[in-house]
Design a protein around this ligand. Structure first.
Ligand SMILES: [Zn+2]
Length: 316
């Protein structure tokens, strides 16, 4: 893709990961700090500066031509600011300006973490070779990003494809985002477990009430656990079908912890998709597990800067 290197940051509520990435998507240098998520904004920024400092100490730093940042959202790429829900000290925080000052004025590109996952899956994962794809993360929350016409589509603020907060249940439960019946409110790991518990599912002797434990109960034949996964699958299917109808994607890729439930999620999801994706132009839509792993955020942030430069060179 390019012989130069790019630096990448993946900023979440738990950790701040950094890497130097080459044009093949290989990670050559890594750095990481815990996110001091409950501290003030400048303290969080100091952790980012330490990660960048570690990367800049590498002898390879001289080959770095740009910095890509994927951050928990919401982000605003148009202003270079971030307001991650799980980092209260950052509200409209000028992350791009601060990061650019640290890296000596290199070009910096900011995208949301869901968009970064889409970039990674398109470059290295299950969406490779697909020009129109929705890539999702279903875990503690539900996020996503879009590939349209062969290119990453972050939208003006870097949040396009945020499928977790489209409503699929008009009279549904209030969502922390302010809306109700959002995909995330039904299909995230904690909400799958919450629903199962409310309907009478009880965890095993280990007390594990995670979505993974609910998935294990489904495999053991528990009908209440199954009903909660089927409901989550319907919410995801409705959101995916709506996306396909709007912008004609031909593949939906699902990663994250809940995506790892395998057939427990994908069997009811494919069935529900047949119910909701009914028009001729969306019937061929397939849904598959993600292939990129824990480095997806870093690889995606790198892809976003590498591809942007390639597109610029190609005059796209
Ligand atoms: Zn919501």
């Amino acid at each position: 893709m390019h012989t130069d290197l790019v630096a990448a940051l993946d900023i979440g509520g738990t950790k701040i990961a950094g890497a130097l990435v080459d044009g093949h998507g290989s990670i050559l240098v890594r750095a990481q700090r815990a996110t001091p998520a409950r501290k003030d904004g400048d303290t969080v920024m100091r952790a980012v500066e330490e990660v960048l400092g570690d990367l800049m100490a590498s002898p390879l730093w001289g080959r770095v031509t740009a910095l890509g940042i994927g951050s928990a959202g919401p982000v605003d790429a148009s202003t270079g600011t971030v307001s991650p829900v799980n980092v209260p000290g950052w509200r409209g925080y000028p992350l791009v300006e601060r990061a650019r000052a640290v890296v000596g004025g290199l070009p910096v590109r900011l995208i949301g973490d869901g968009v970064a996952i889409a970039a990674a899956e398109h470059w290295q994962g299950a969406a490779r070779g697909h020009d129109n794809a929705l890539c999702m993360v279903v875990s503690t929350g539900v996020g996503g990003g879009l590939i349209l016409g062969g290119h990453l589509h972050p939208g003006p603020t870097g949040n396009a494809g945020h499928i977790g907060h489209i409503s699929v249940d008009l009279e549904g439960d209030p969502c922390p985002c302010g809306s109700r019946g959002c995909v995330e409110r039904i299909a995230s790991g904690p909400n799958i477990a919450r629903r199962a518990l409310a309907d009478g599912w009880r965890p095993g002797p280990d007390g594990d009430t995670s979505a993974a434990a609910v998935a294990a109960a489904v495999r053991a034949g528990d009908p209440v656990a199954l009903a909660s996964f089927e409901r989550a699958a319907r919410a995801l299917a409705a959101g995916i079908a709506a996306t396909a109808t709007l912008v004609e994607i031909d593949i939906a890729v699902i990663g994250g912890g809940v995506g790892k439930a395998g057939d427990v999620l994908f069997s009811p999801l494919r069935k529900a998709l047949a119910d909701y994706a009914t028009l001729s132009f969306v019937r061929r839509l397939t849904v598959v597990p993600a292939l990129t792993g824990t480095d997806a955020g870093l690889v995606g942030a790198a892809a976003a800067v590498l591809k942007a430069r390639m597109d610029a060179t190609a005059g796209v």
